[in-house]
Design a binder for this molecule. Structure first.
Ligand code: ASP
Length: 327
């Protein structure tokens, strides 16, 4: 009999309010959550795996790699039709993109979570979980890469970001919109996500940092990172992909120390480009050997650079992975 495996990793979906702290803390196991939604068993056979109960800011490269390994093992079973992973929403898009880049399977892999914890009125964990199981069971969800199902929208892992700190309607694919919806327990896909990539790695390079740029910033942070063994740095530049002149000097220094530097924009939409020729402009950064990260967010470019550095230490290989993204 076909089944859906739900892997519980933690996040708000597994939290309740601690009466002393008056703040949300991990509490519920996967089994506890499923007991509140017995109707889920009417949809299909469900197997549960408790991977952990982590707030998502506590996750590490090592834990993500372990999660990926677990998924690879589970997905081999011909009875497993799809996998749903519950996850904290804060870093959900990073885990989703990591799994999307590094798992080569046609079976649906869905991430979901909750914005309201189980002590709050309007706890959205159960509805997100049911919508995710329904999507994972859908024939149409096959071969679409890793998906995020939240608030009845279906998003591709590469496109989606958390846009709101507290709204249940937080996950958005700002440039492209969702790829489908779950409506009245039925799954409707509107399009395919065109960019599908696979980086064959079983680990991540953890020494990769992300620097967000603001006016007047200097080169202190980047020089510190370059001097302390960082292998890769993602720069979330301003606008089209530009940085202050002093920071450009730091970037030149980091590249001289063989650190791979990838440039994206702090704007939530649009691609970076070598449009500006002044010191610190994209054209100047390109001439220094900075790799352009297209329209990826800083946090997703970091995940990709961690995977790219696990795949190769060669600058040209990594440049190709970013600048010739497969479509
Ligand atoms: N801080 C929580 C986490 O990411 C937020 C959530 O799950 O919504 O674990």
């Amino acid at each position: 009999m076909e089944k859906i495996v739900i892997i519980f990793t933690g996040g708000t979906i597994s939290m309740k309010i601690d009466p002393k702290l008056k703040a949300a803390v991990p509490h519920l196991s996967g089994k506890d959550i499923l007991e509140t939604i017995p109707q889920i068993k009417d949809l299909t056979e469900i197997e549960t795996i408790q991977f952990g109960n982590f707030p998502s800011p506590h996750l590490t490269a090592e834990l993500l790699v372990n999660l990926r390994r677990k998924i690879e093992n589970v997905i081999k079973n011909p009875q497993v039709k799809g996998i749903v992973i519950t996850h904290g929403t804060d870093t959900l898009e990073e885990t989703a993109y990591f799994l999307d880049l590094t798992i080569n399977s046609q079976k649906p892999i869905i991430l979901t979570g909750a914005m309201k914890n189980s002590s709050e009125i309007g706890y959205d964990g159960p509805s997100n979980l049911i919508a995710s199981v329904i999507t994972a069971f859908s024939e149409n969800a096959k071969n679409r890469g890793v998906l995020v199902v939240f608030n009845n929208e279906i998003h591709s892992a590469r496109e989606v970001i958390k846009t709101h700190t507290s709204s249940i309607d937080t996950f958005k694919s700002l440039e492209t919109g969702p790829i489908g919806v779950v409506d009245n327990n039925k799954v409707y896909f509107y399009r395919k996500s065109e960019i599908r990539e696979y980086i064959p790695v079983d680990h991540l390079e953890p020494k990769v940092s992300l620097i967000k740029v603001a006016f007047g910033m200097d080169d202190k942070i980047i020089r510190f990172l370059a001097d302390n063994g960082e292998k890769g740095i993602v720069i979330e530049g301003t606008g089209r992909g530009n940085v202050p002149p002093k920071l450009a000097e730091g970037i030149e220094y980091a590249i001289s120390k063989e650190v791979i530097v990838v440039l994206v924009s702090r704007c939530p939409m649009g691609r970076v480009d070598a449009s500006y020729g002044y010191k610190g402009g994209g054209k100047h950064l390109e001439s220094l050997g900075v790799i352009f990260g297209g329209n990826l967010s800083g946090q997703k470019a970091r995940v990709k650079l961690m995977a790219a550095l696990a795949y190769s230490n060669n600058y040209n290989d990594i440049k190709k992975l970013f600048e010739e993204e497969r479509t």
